[in-house]
Design a protein around this ligand. Sequence first.
Ligand SMILES: [Zn+2]
Length: 285
Amino acid sequence: MSQDSGPRSPQKPFNDPRADVILRSSDNVDFRTFKAILFSSSSIFDDMFSIPQPSTAPVEDVPVVEMEESARILELLLRFCHPGENPEMETFEDARDVLVVAMKYEMGFVAKAAQIRLLELGHDEPVRVYALACIHMVHDLAHDAARLALQVPEDDLLPTDHVTLHPEYSSVSLKAFVQLVSFHRRCSASLDLLVDGNFNGLVRPGVASCYNCGNPPFWWQEFKKTAKQKLKSRPCSETIDSWAYFPLYTCTSCKPQPTDMMKYIVKLREFIKDRVNQVPLDIDF
Ligand SMILES: [Zn+2]
């Protein structure tokens, strides 16, 4: 920390002369803010200000609290607490650091916002989000990331290039990864017979055999076969959403009815979600 030039001041709203407390970042930036805002946002801050502060010399009679966090993270954290602010966590690292600090200060609403952002930013690499959640023992995020990982075929869960691996892969336990793969496989197994099922309420577009051609509808057999293959690899409802299905048929008597097919697919998506939601993710926290 440089003492030569003294602490720097950030922009509005953290330069308010009426502030009654200053949070000084680890890289020497003074954030002027209000105790009432901090109290209402964090029980840790509430406790902190309930006892006398043996802190740094006050500035203009405003107490200064030395923080362990950098200005970048402190600013994001405080912008969540200040009315009218809508902080943007632009990078995975921003959201990760905000999550960790929000947990430290027991700011649940900030932690939740960071989790949502991590799932957005980590959409294409859900195992990284899962690893982060396991490292910091964030139960909800681990579950959400494991469900997101169902959209990735099991063989593609891990990155192939070890040189550019993100740090989360170095810190997560192998056991946590095995638990993720086990979840993926159990979800896959839970859907194995679903497409064949003639369950209650499901509009089944096919018939056992057509009165005209005498065969089970060809397009229906093809749909079932392809759906089973796709769901085995990616056991989630998004698999059905992302599949542009163009049924082939030769007999007009048993040709697919678009309305029935749509009802079936909507119902199938619901069944997939229900089944997957019933599969537990066995993690240690
Ligand atoms: Zn037919």
